[in-house]
Design a protein around this ligand. Structure first.
Ligand code: CMC
Length: 443
């Protein structure tokens, strides 16, 4: 059976497409929806009821799962906007706290709103003291992402006054708590893994400074946060704040669609982010650069990346949506040089290797033809390494920054009158009904 999708011209009242089942000759008219930006979408919600067919789209390459007003990406043009503001403008002119407010509330804050928001976040940064016991249950060499999944999930056992998801106020408190506590949780995961004492948050520092302080300070000496490093940290947070319906955000939405506890939903998002095809790529980039080792080895590794029979991929390259330079990578490329300069790193062999790899890959017909460009993870690892973060913390930083995107998308989903529990269907290819075989007859 072959189906034909014919796009009828938009009429004054409605634009529809007609789906014809070439086997039965039956047709089905489906509405086409137009958002404020981006391609039109065919509304297939009535498809099953009218035709008895499901759609099949593993990996959701052609499927819009929700309506959203938060983030827009034009992958062909390399455009990323939050609530209409370009990522380049936000990275250059805004702060992470402002971007958090923008994602959550839909508008940039006024001066008064920003200071109230900053104060709310600052005064939610401490963890319930009993939560410290949780860390001690982990092996001391645990990956910090493993600790993050566990501890963030455990927030659901501590903050019962912000889990009534039908109450908008409680939803916002849960969101504020998550944004505020994430740096503390992440820093403690790191401190635990290196055997240093936990460092408590300080309310006189801003969000990025406080995080750097909790990560790098030790009780035995004074720690001064370098302003340039704090600014770079803040910018890295901005660049990772949201990215529409990626795997981890969709995971948060799917988990939340059943009405689950918000803290548990974010833990699900962290688990999804961890994989090397998603947020885990920044860690994988550094491992790959170390493995390549020197510029003369680049052709060998590029050859492997192009070989279909070799599982090796060029980490930090390619993206499901961007078929152009990832705009976040462009900003990070600039930042990378600034940070290394500020830290007095004149010749970083890893950065040199990364630049050369980028240059060669961008000229290689395979990468050109498949439109594989550097993504955000390609440069973030190099900056984070220069700032003193171990590779195991790279994805943790991504999770920390993405938390605001997750909670904004989670809130939007709950407020959407069309939201229902997410329940995809399948193309079943297993055995049809057959009689049970008793053990004695199984051979
Ligand atoms: N190196 C070599 N070949 C690649 C790469 C790569 N990094 N990425 C894609 N390809 C090839 C792939 O083999 C396929 O070739 P063919 O058409 O011959 O089968 C073609 O390009 C299309 O790739 P795909 O896997 O079908 O594309 P996808 O949209 O399913 O995957 C991706 C996107 C990001 C998972 C993939 O590009 C990848 O694995 N990249 C490396 C990991 C990485 O950097 N991930 C971070 C993504 S950005 C941050 C985030 O979202 O978390």
């Amino acid at each position: 059976m072959a189906d034909k999708l014919s796009d009828s011209k938009p009429s004054k009242n409605a634009h529809t497409v007609t789906l014809t089942d070439n086997f039965t000759g039956k047709t089905c008219e489906l509405p086409v929806l137009k958002g404020s930006e981006g391609p039109m979408v065919i509304d297939v919600r009535r498809l099953y009821a009218e035709t008895g067919h499901f759609t099949y789209d593993p990996g959701f390459t052609s499927t819009g799962s929700c309506e959203s007003a938060i983030t827009y990406i034009d992958g062909d043009e390399g455009i990323l906007m939050h609530r209409g503001y370009s990522i380049e403008d936000l990275a250059a002119k805004s702060s992470f706290m402002e971007v958090c407010y923008l994602l959550l509330q839909g508008e940039l804050p006024t001066k008064k709103q920003r200071s109230a928001f900053e104060s709310t976040i600052t005064y939610h940064t401490m963890l319930h003291e009993q939560m410290l016991n949780l860390y001690r249950g982990f092996r001391r060499d645990s990956h910090p992402m493993a600790i993050m999944v566990g501890v963030v999930g455990a927030l659901s056992a501590f903050y019962h006054d912000s889990t009534d998801i039908s109450d908008p106020r409680q939803r916002m408190i849960a969101s504020h708590r998550l944004i505020a506590k994430m740096p503390t949780i992440a820093a403690m995961a790191y401190k635990y893994s290196i055997g240093q004492p936990f460092v408590y948050p300080r309310n006189d520092l801003n969000y990025a400074e406080n995080f750097l302080y909790m990560i790098f300070a030790v009780p035995c000496e004074e720690f001064i946060v370098r302003p340039a490093v704090a600014r770079a940290m803040d910018r890295i947070f901005i660049l990772h704040a949201d990215h529409e319906q990626n795997a981890s955000t969709s995971t948060v939405r799917i988990a939340g669609s059943s009405g689950a506890n918000p803290f548990a939903c974010i833990a699900a998002g962290i688990a999804s982010l961890w994989g090397p095809a998603h947020g885990g790529a920044n860690e994988a980039v550094l491992q790959m650069l170390h493995e390549i080792g020197s510029k003369d080895k680049i052709p060998e590794f590029l050859k492997r990346a192009k070989d279909r029979n070799d599982p090796f991929r060029l980490m930090g390259f390619g993206h499901r949506v961007y078929k152009n330079y990832d705009p976040r990578a462009a900003v990070l490329r600039e930042s990378c040089h600034e940070v290394l300069e500020d830290l007095g790193v004149r010749d970083d062999p890893l950065l040199d290797l990364a630049m050369e790899l980028e240059r060669i890959a961008l000229e290689d017909p395979y990468f050109v033809e498949k439109k594989l460009f550097p993504n955000v993870d390609f440069y973030s690892g190099i900056i984070l390494k220069a700032m003193g973060f171990p590779t195991s913390m790279f994805t943790v930083l991504f999770a920390l920054a993405r938390t605001v995107g997750w909670v904004a998308q989670w809130q939007e989903m709950i407020e959407d009158p069309n939201h229902r529990i997410s329940r995809p269907r399948q193309l079943y290819t297993g055995p049809s009904k057959r009689p049970f075989v008793p053990m004695a007859k199984r051979g």
